[in-house]
Design a protein around this ligand. Structure first.
Ligand SMILES: *Cc1c(COP(=O)(O)O)cnc(C)c1O
Length: 712
């Protein structure tokens, strides 16, 4: 281990009155608190923008005279002190929702395992939706005071950055993250020593170092094999998210499951419940069974105890989306583990046994389903699909129904709600909107906000999106001298007053990113209508191994450079949390076109709706339960005999909604130039979606139905 990479980061010293700025910068709580964000914004606004909102990097780079200027600015000091008060309150133990609800269950935390977490762009350890959900889960956990520690990976190369060639092909660029710029610190054991653990992999032992991220009341521990003591191939095991082949994948999952439990033991954390977010972390149950065998329990006793205290959330309605490995691969990489599992090796392997038609494999989801008594799917529809998909694991349908519960996903409102909309709510609904965010009655108040105020916010947010898109296009032009066509494709010709439809998500076949282009002439007529133009903004990465997805992306990009569409189709590259914020807040309509029922839930439509961007979607995932008839639109082409027919019918239904309802409503202005009926939709979207699809509602359900059950 090189001490220089492991020591606490050294930030330049701060004057006394601002000494706690460091603490604030290293606690991602700042990212979901508007006043804390303002502290860093006001400290040095150009630097705030240049660092893509990264306080740690700011404090490493800021000019001493700007710090001095802040100290002498009473308004800044007031803001800073008020923020510290809120900061201390957000870390206090006493009076949280969890404390009031479960005063007897505060002693032992929940351990939450996930292969990715998305909190903020300054910590690039996520790929997409699963990470965002895990990130929102942890933020809400902190807000509600649910005792929880989380475990994940620190990926030194993160997920890839996306560049798009002139022909529209995705290029994946991996950059070494400068960890001195990230809000991470070495995790220390209670004895004050750096936390290092060993994980058996095959016949060798891999050393793992543990890092810590602070998120309000919650601690996240990140595992990292990038140590000099490890062989080069072991160092690279955790270098990238979803980067390698099957061999890499199973070894990563062993490090996460077995290493994660060992890390918590080394840190003397004693969880009362264990939550596996998706099957990647299912080897946790193996390690916990081993621990209990070593304490003298029988295999059946150990399994029963592990089941009772394990919570498992499944996210994938596509059979191929579940990790499964040949048994011989599992046996090979777990070679160092069998010793203590001794005679129970076959019993353990049987827990993962699953045959989805192409022969038996060791399936991580099957393992988790058999080893967790508390299982949930992530939307009502996904619950049904999951019960069908795994029916063979239960003796009867009634038991499958009982086994799979539903906790529909939600989004962390303070993270995803724009500052402008938050200020408007505060003005008309009061400052306690944050405390009452999951109370549907409270949100009735949205209907009373004056139309012109709501519209002014919507216009401002669309304006910010275009300023952002133009700046990106300018940067590409300056950095790479891209052609004029590519500057157009990046969105420079977009009209800040035109109806803007957003489509941003992973590019993959089942999401049908090309559905809008099914009838190019019909679409061109819609986009180029002289008085009522429509424009499209696309963004999204394709998984590096998804060739189909890359072809979809390439064709969408080709449309963006095609003059037929008049410069009204844009593709914004390198979709991440930062881009997502601008898009879900700044578009007018949020489009989602999955092939039903393959979208387990989807969350970007929730982020859009809470900002007054109505959802235009197939009735899949969360929209099957979120659509009310007044808060957006349902694309329903009716039953179809084939995928081709479904595409044609859904595309026709989509065009008709746009032609007959969406475009006319948006451009129907009164004598004050206000689109009254549109504003009605905006308010309905906010009113109906915020309380029901907030992470607050979601987390209370996890706490009440899953955690409290597992901890009792
Ligand atoms: C919200 C979000 C997602 C997930 O969006 P879906 O609608 O579930 O596909 C993916 N990536 C980023 C960056 C996000 O913010």
């Amino acid at each position: 281990m090189t001490p220089s990479t492991f020591g606490p980061p050294s930030l330049p010293p701060l004057p006394d009155r601002l000494s706690r700025l460091n603490e604030l910068a290293y606690d991602l709580w700042w990212s979901w608190n508007q006043h804390a964000r303002d502290v860093f914004r006001r400290l040095d606004y150009p630097l705030w923008r240049r660092t893509a909102h990264n306080p740690v990097r700011m404090l490493r780079q800021i000019a001493p005279e700007l710090v001095e200027r802040a100290v002498k600015n009473p308004a800044f000091i007031n803001l800073f002190n008020a923020t510290l008060l809120a900061f201390d309150e957000a870390h206090a133990g006493g009076d949280t929702w969890w404390q009031q609800r479960y005063p007897d269950l505060a002693a032992r935390p929940v351990a939450y395992f996930s292969a990715e977490f998305a909190f903020h762009q300054s910590l690039p350890i996520y790929a997409g939706g699963l990470g965002v959900l895990a990130g929102d889960h942890l933020k809400e956990t902190s807000d509600l005071g649910v005792p929880l520690v989380a475990v994940g990976f620190m990926y030194p190369q993160g997920y890839f950055h996306q560049k798009v060639s002139a022909e529209g092909w995705q290029q994946e660029v991996y950059e070494q993250v400068d960890w001195a710029d990230a809000p991470i610190q070495p995790a220390l054991t209670p004895a004050g020593k750096p936390c290092l653990i060993a994980v058996p992999l095959g016949t060798r032992s891999v050393l793992v170092q543990v890092w810590r991220v602070q998120l309000g009341r919650v601690q996240l521990y990140l595992l990292d094999t990038g140590l000099e003591e490890n062989a080069p191939w072991d160092r690279d095991l955790t270098a990238r998210l979803y980067g390698g082949d099957r061999e890499t994948r199973i070894q990563q999952e062993i490090v996460l499951g077995i290493g994660g439990v060992r890390a918590l033991r080394a840190l003397e954390v004693d969880p009362g419940a264990w939550h596996l977010n998706e099957g990647h972390a299912a080897f946790v149950v193996l390690q916990r069974i081993r621990e209990q065998l070593e304490q003298g329990r029988t295999f059946d006793e150990a399994l029963a105890d592990v089941r009772r205290t394990t919570v498992f959330t499944t996210h994938t309605p596509v059979p191929a989306g579940h990790d499964a490995f040949p048994f011989q691969l599992v046996e090979h990489h777990l070679a160092g583990v069998w010793g203590s599992l001794g005679p129970h090796r076959d019993a353990f392997l049987a827990l993962g046994h699953h045959d989805n038609g192409s022969g038996p494999l060791f399936n991580m989801t099957a393992l988790a389903l058999r080893a967790a008594a508390n299982v949930n799917a992530v939307s009502a529809l996904h619950g049904q699909v999951t019960r069908d998909m795994w029916a063979s694991l239960w003796p009867s349908r009634a038991e499958a129904d009982r086994a799979i519960q539903v906790v529909t996903n939600g989004v962390h409102v303070a993270t995803w709600l724009s500052a402008e909309m938050a200020r408007l709510l505060e003005r008309y609904l009061g400052t306690d909107w944050h405390e009452r965010q999951d109370d549907p009655v409270f949100w009735e108040g949205v209907l009373g906000i004056p139309d012109e105020e709501v519209w002014a916010v919507r216009q401002a947010l669309r304006g910010y999106l275009f300023a952002f898109v133009r700046e990106r296009a300018r940067a590409r032009w300056v950095e790479e001298q891209v052609s004029a066509a590519r500057v157009v494709a990046a969105g420079t010709l977009l009209d800040p007053a035109a109806l803007t439809i957003g489509f941003a998500r992973r590019f993959t076949s089942y999401k049908r990113p090309e559905l809008l282009f099914h009838d190019p002439e019909r679409l061109a007529r819609l986009l180029n209508a002289p008085r009522r133009p429509v424009q499209l903004v696309f963004a999204g990465k394709s998984h590096p191994a998804d060739e189909q997805g890359k072809r979809h992306l390439q064709r969408v990009y080709a449309h963006a450079v095609d003059p037929v569409y008049g410069g009204r189709v844009a593709f914004v590259d390198d979709y991440d949390l930062h881009v997502a914020h601008y898009l879900v807040q700044g578009c007018d309509v949020w489009l989602n076109t999955p092939r039903k029922p393959l979208e387990a839930s989807g969350t970007s439509g929730m982020k859009a709706s809470i900002n007054g961007v109505p959802h235009l979607s197939i009735g899949d995932g969360w929209w099957a339960e979120g659509y009310t008839g007044q808060n957006g639109w349902l694309i329903d082409g009716g039953p179809a005999a084939s995928d081709e027919e479904a595409d044609a019918r859904d595309a026709d239904a989509l065009y008709r909604l746009l032609e007959e309802q969406i475009v006319p409503t948006f451009y129907d202005r009164d004598d004050q130039d206000l689109p009254r009926r549109w504003i009605g939709l905006v308010k309905e979207a906010i009113r109906t979606v915020t309380p029901r699809f907030s992470a607050r509602r979601m987390l209370k359900e996890y706490a009440e139905r899953m955690y409290a059950q597992a901890m009792k």
